[in-house]
Design a protein around this ligand. Structure first.
Ligand code: F6R
Length: 615
């Protein structure tokens, strides 16, 4: 977490840094700061709070400097405060850091023993001291960086300025993201593409264990072992317009409404028009392996894990293959049983989530094939996996994940259809039928989004309630989990997601007149869900008997569901596979409108950050 940026060029660095930080703010927003080199001095400005407060502090200040660094923080070591904010300036060194240095307290004791004064509670300041020791000993950054890297344990990305080398901006990467934007006689260093895309789309992704020394007209990349690396520049096709709110009050709402296009972009190019069946073009080398697999193991965090659970239902049903789903934060610690007949699938919007990356590395260590489903091209996950299936959702800025989730479901559904066909568990005519329906998905999504005014009215009715249950059966159970997560993270209302049949095993004790139960129960053009439907009605009656309010998400024209619900949000009747995707938009919109009515900061909810790059 935390966003870092550096600039070296000829433009106004205050402007470049603040612009970059604004785009990085979703990564953390409890304090912020910049440092600018002005001829022979470095000015550091830091604030507790958001970039806006930093802008206010800097409003009347003019700088001539064209080299600087900036940071927006999500606190790990040390409370959010001006003192703990970055940049840290120690002797000749000014740096910003993203990550966690695990052995910082050992170094701290040594530094204190040497008489060094530590001013903050952060691990980052300790790193600044280590770099300064090197600088004071006369070592240039090129020699000093590998020496400090060898002393640090943990994850880090640094951007560093040294007073002794004023025309160099250094970037170091090990376990936290860092890239270089290449402009005309200028270079940018940043945690992610968003921060530089409005200036350049020419990007070099640093790899773990590498560092870069940027001058205005040249960049040198080396490994910690001292080997020179040839810079590999990629052209990124996301536009800066995609990063703007385009008139929407929040990124989250814009991203909810982009889901039709995002689904279309994700499906595009993945249908074999000769037989009319899904054929995922990015599967590449995995194609020959797929029929031989015995098991899938899906690992992800948060919303992406909920997508993984939907994927389990898809694959077990269509390809009749066992699927296990685990939390990124748990997987590696249980010494998972993995073999050559297991495919490890990692799902992540950002491709930088520390626990998901650690799961990938556990899989690689055990020699199993790996596939990632990822939205950010060039991210660590996409570079380190054997095969990557990209969700073409475009940049997702709102902290609450929306379009990334639905496009993850699209990819998982396509994968299940293709697997089923390859393994002979899905008949050709069914594969054709499911593919044809999939092509209608973008239109169906638009229809569901058209119900927004009704959902807003429902939000008005219930936004002051203290507690929400979300319940669903079968493939709707993970949508219940996702609905509850969306509500709690942006509205701060306590919400729980359950498989409906579990309520009576304890949680129903919480139901009273204040409780709202959101029941996810669309019917599908397929028998299995309809048998579960009757059971769902029994669960609704159990809630009703305790005088809880019921909001149902169901199929258009479902009179039975209407009879037992206080409110009904309708989605079009569609197939079993697409139904959970359509049921997602109402839970997203309900959470969004409740959060707006409760006046929370929807795009930047408290205590959260978009990309969780620490364990
Ligand atoms: C919730 C949310 C998080 C992320 C999780 C994984 O709205 O956004 O739960 O889904 O932190 O992030 P990625 O997908 O980037 O690995």
């Amino acid at each position: 977490m935390c966003g870092i940026i550096g600039y070296l060029g000829s433009s106004d660095s205050k402007k470049v840094l603040l612009e970059g930080l604004t785009h990085l703010e979703y990564r953390g927003y409890d304090s912020a700061g910049i440092a600018i080199r002005e001829k022979d001095r470095v000015d550091v400005f830091r604030v507790e709070g958001r970039i806006k407060s930093l802008e206010e502090k800097l409003a009347s200040k003019q700088f001539s400097g064209t080299v600087g660094i900036g940071h927006t923080r999500w606190a790990t070591h040390g409370a959010p405060s001006e003192l703990n904010a970055h940049p840290h300036r120690v002797g000749a060194i000014t740096l910003v850091h993203n990550g966690i240095i695990e052995n910082y307290s050992e170094h701290k004791d040594t530094l204190v023993g040497m008489g060094r004064k530590i001013s903050s509670e952060t691990d980052s300041e300790i790193a600044a001291h280590l770099f300064d020791l090197e600088a004071q000993a006369g070592r240039k950054l090129e020699e000093a960086i590998p020496r400090v890297m060898s002393q640090l344990r943990g994850s880090y990305a640094f951007v560093i300025m040294s007073d002794f080398e004023p025309d160099i901006l250094a970037g170091v990467r090990n376990g936290a993201p860092l890239l270089i934007g290449v402009g005309e006689k200028e270079h940018f260093l940043a945690s992610d593409i968003q921060a530089v895309l409005h200036r350049t789309n020419q990007i070099i992704f640093l790899q773990d264990g590498q560092f870069a020394l940027c001058k205005r007209d040249k960049v040198t990349i080396k490994t910690a072992e001292g080997d020179r690396v040839q810079p590999d520049i990629s052209s990124i096709d996301w536009t800066s317009e995609q990063m703007d709110k385009l008139g929407y009050p929040h990124y989250m709402l814009k991203e909810i409404f982009e889901q039709s296009q995002a689904a279309a972009n994700t499906i595009d190019g993945n249908i074999d028009h000769r037989d009319g069946i899904v054929s995922i073009r990015e599967l590449g080398s995995l194609l020959t392996l797929l029929p031989k697999l015995k098991r899938l193991c899906i690992v992800a965090c948060g919303t992406a894990r909920h997508a993984g659970i939907v994927g389990k239902y898809y694959v077990e049903r269509l390809a009749q293959m066992p699927v296990e789903v685990d939390f990124g934060s748990e997987f590696r610690y249980r010494d998972p049983i993995l073999d050559q007949e297991t495919l490890l699938i990692l799902i992540s919007q950002s491709g930088e989530t520390a626990d998901t990356l650690a799961a990938l590395r556990e899989g690689k260590r055990k020699g199993v094939p790996t596939l990632s489903i990822c939205n950010v091209r060039g991210s660590t996950l996409s570079r380190e996996s054997d095969v990557v299936l990209h969700t073409n959702a475009g940049p997702e800025i709102g902290v609450a994940s929306t379009k990334a989730f639905t496009t993850q479901l699209v990819v998982l559904y396509m994968l299940a259809i293709q697997l089923g066909k390859l393994r002979g568990t899905l008949k050709k005519d069914k594969a054709v039928e499911f593919t044809r329906e999939l092509l209608h998905l973008p239109l169906l999504i638009e229809r569901v989004l058209g119900t927004e005014p009704e959902i807003e009215a429902i939000a008005r009715k219930y936004y002051s309630r203290p507690f929400f249950f979300y319940m669903g059966r079968g493939i709707y159970y993970p949508i219940a989990l996702e609905g509850a997560l969306k509500l709690k993270e942006i509205s701060y209302i306590h919400a729980e997601g359950y498989p409906s049949g579990e309520l009576k095993h304890g949680p129903i004790a919480l139901v009273d007149t204040d409780t709202v139960t959101v029941s996810i129960a669309p019917r599908a053009s397929n028998g299995v869900v309809d048998t579960l439907f009757e059971k769902q009605i029994s669960n609704l009656l159990e809630v009703k008997a305790r005088k809880g309010s019921i909001v149902s998400i169901g199929t258009e024209g479902d009179l039975r569901l209407r009879e037992y619900s206080d409110q009904l949000i309708s989605i079009p009747r569609t197939s079993w596979g697409l139904s959970p995707i359509l049921a997602t938009m109402p839970v997203q919109l309900l959470a969004y409108h409740i959060a707006v009515l409760r006046q929370t900061d929807v795009d930047k909810p408290r205590n959260l950050a978009k990309s969780v790059t620490v364990e």
